[in-house]
Ligand binder design. Sequence first.
Ligand code: HEM
Length: 324
Amino acid sequence: MEKEKINSDNFLLDEQLIEKLRRLAAKYEAVGQDLNTHLDGMLYADYLTYWDYINLDALLSLQVQRTSFPDEMVFIVYHQITELYFKLIINDIQQVCQKEDSCDDALLLRNLKRINGYMRNLISSFDVVMANMDKEQFLKFRLALVPASGFQSVQYRMIEILSTDFRNLVSPSYRPFITRDTTIEEMYPKVYWKQGAIEKETGRKTLTLEMFEEKYGKNLLYTAREYRNKNIWILFDTYIKEKSGIEAQIVEEMRLFDVLMNIDWPLVHYRSAVKYLKKKEETTTTTSSTGGTNWQKYLPPRYQLSIFFPELWSDEELKNWGKG
Ligand code: HEM
């Protein structure tokens, strides 16, 4: 079929272009806007640049050192890189967990694979970047950030809340007392990271925890309530288990996610803590952490026993969690 062409000052408007203009006009009309004005705006607007699109100048201005030790830059940048990966993980989980009444199994599988890829990157890069800082510099610049600690990473806590039944985040010693009727509000004070952030000497909450709760406590509780019926585990249990043709693949990725998040990353992180905070190789004497936890007992996965999907593991595997 011959295309309709309208000649306007040497410019040919073909049918497709006219149709696009019609649709644009309808789009703007629907919200009381005039297409002509917007077209005029396009005439005068500057072209978009790479640096504006990704906010490069702003991004590169966010690495503000507290000391002049060069390796503090490594420390700050790597924390920020990790937080950006956490953001990608949260984005992928939220995409899957938008609804309480359904779960797209193909999307869940794709996003779990992506998340596991991000976690693998974080684990391998941790050893490359964090383990290679200058220890002398580290031991000095770390003093300038007390009482701040990665413990205060709210995105880390969000990933936990979005992934699992909240009971699995309760400190292992309280978990047996949780029933189906226990509310989020009752479980929240017993969450493992609150129980872990207690000063060894005084038994008081650490300042690091107090400040964290003040800033994010309400948000975290809100999110925990919101996701109680649509976290990854609940969606799997309700809509995937015994109902999806790709259940086996999803289970494999969920188990991998559990291992990467709750064993492999905590271990690579713990090894760094040992490397930098252990005073002498031959003794167990350690330096206090910036967040003030009893970190040697708090960080290792075999004590922490954070497990997102315990139902997917055998009793033997659960018994040996973090020990392999
Ligand atoms: C040399 C590097 C590092 C050392 C020595 C270190 C040390 C510690 C210590 C001792 C804790 C326990 C809380 C405390 O008492 O402060 C902690 C918690 C934490 N750190 Fe790090 N950290 C390092 C790097 C990182 C990096 C790069 C991240 C990335 C965001 C990070 C994220 C976290 C998180 C999320 C927690 C809480 C873990 C949990 O509650 O299970 N850390 N860190």
